[in-house]
Design a protein around this ligand. Structure first.
Ligand code: NAD
Length: 315
């Protein structure tokens, strides 16, 4: 049977690419409800969807910060049946916290975290009743590992991950599937908006050293990081479709193998110092990164030897 898929934030980036990819599925396995906050931005999606529009893809209004708009959208879907929910809408925020207002920070939490909560409050009860459904969340590697000057954004994605880890246990009882997609940098509007906001930021509330760090280290390397490590939205969409189609979808899926070593650091050291130390050296002491990596490898060796000593097979 054809699966109904609701995706949020489809006016650009990953949401748009995913909606189009699923609508173009040759086997026509999906009916896509591609939603966006502002329908006046629907043209690029309409164009990319082409003749699938009105057939395997419908565009609907949905603002993840507005409960009424979520309810109206879900009510407009036949039998309110959503087999796959892709929570994708999100926003970024960079810079020193001294230069951000609490309201700006709240907007990020409200979109990235409470946006997901609102969707699930409306959609989860139906899925539980039917004992079927797949909840797919576009999280981030920053849902596992914090990164300099992304404090509030990382917090919002950590919130998402903690929420999902807790919910996954209940979901299992109702035979529901829950998957977190964790991209590294992706070249989308997101990256452009975040960079432009960073460039415009009023840094007068920060001390000179912090302002200099943000401008001359963070912003200076920002574009280069996206250029060298960044994936395309289509790439992330392809990963996401694979997870949606897999029989046993994993709870976590990282889309960028270049990032896996960074997040592995987190699990390698229970004290939590290792990733912080490595990131510090990466940012402030480029020359020390090699010795830091070496220590990391030594630690991994030591850990596997230790678990071997305890009679457990080394991983
Ligand atoms: P994007 O800016 O192109 O897409 C985000 C979409 O969310 C936009 O269409 C925007 O209009 C929409 N949106 C924002 N607030 C909304 C609201 N209240 N209601 C409905 N829609 C809303 O950027 P993207 O990179 O495609 O981002 C998609 C997701 O991927 C986000 O959750 C983001 O955190 C995550 N992500 C992005 C990157 C990256 O580097 N671009 C990396 C990891 C994770």
């Amino acid at each position: 049977a054809r699966r109904n898929v609701l995706i949020t934030g489809c006016s650009s980036g990953i949401g748009l690419a995913l909606a189009v990819k699923m609508a173009k599925d040759e086997q026509k396995r999906f009916k896509v409800y591609a939603t966006m906050r502002n329908l006046s931005k629907k043209e690029p999606l309409e164009e990319a969807a082409g003749h699938r529009l009105g057939k395997t893809l419908e565009i609907k209004q949905l603002d993840v910060c507005d409960e009424q708009s979520i309810k109206a959208c879900v009510n407009s879907i036949p039998d309110r049946r959503i087999d796959v929910l892709v929570s994708n809408a999100g926003m970024g925020l960079i810079g020193p916290i001294e230069c951000q207002t609490i309201d700006e920070m709240k907007t990020v939490m409200d979109t990235n975290f409470f946006g997901l909560v609102r969707l699930l409050k409306e959609i989860l009860p139906d899925m539980k009743r039917r004992k079927s459904g797949h909840i797919v969340i576009i999280s981030s590697v920053m849902g596992i590992q914090g990164i300099l000057f992304n404090d509030v954004y990382a917090a919002s994605k950590f919130a998402v991950e903690g929420f999902c880890e807790s919910l996954a246990i209940q979901a299992l009882k109702f035979k529901l599937q829950l998957s977190l997609i964790e991209p590294g940098p992706v070249v989308t509007e997101f990256e452009r908006k975040v960079f432009e906001d960073g460039m415009k930021m009023d840094l007068s509330a920060a001390d000179a050293e912090t302002a200099e760090m943000f401008t001359n280290i963070y912003l200076k390397n920002y574009k280069q990081i996206f250029q060298s490590l960044g994936q395309s939205a289509e790439d992330v969409a392809e990963h996401t479709v694979k997870i949606i189609l897999s029989e046993n979808p994993p709870f976590r899926h990282q889309t960028n193998t270049l990032y896996t070593p960074m997040t592995t650091l987190k699990y390698a050291d229970p004290n939590g110092d290792l990733p912080i130390d490595i990131f510090y050296k990466m940012v402030f002491q480029h020359d020390k990164i090699f010795s830091a990596s070496l220590n990391f490898i030594k630690l991994l060796r030591w850990r596997s030897r230790k678990s071997f000593d305890l009679g457990k097979p080394s991983q």
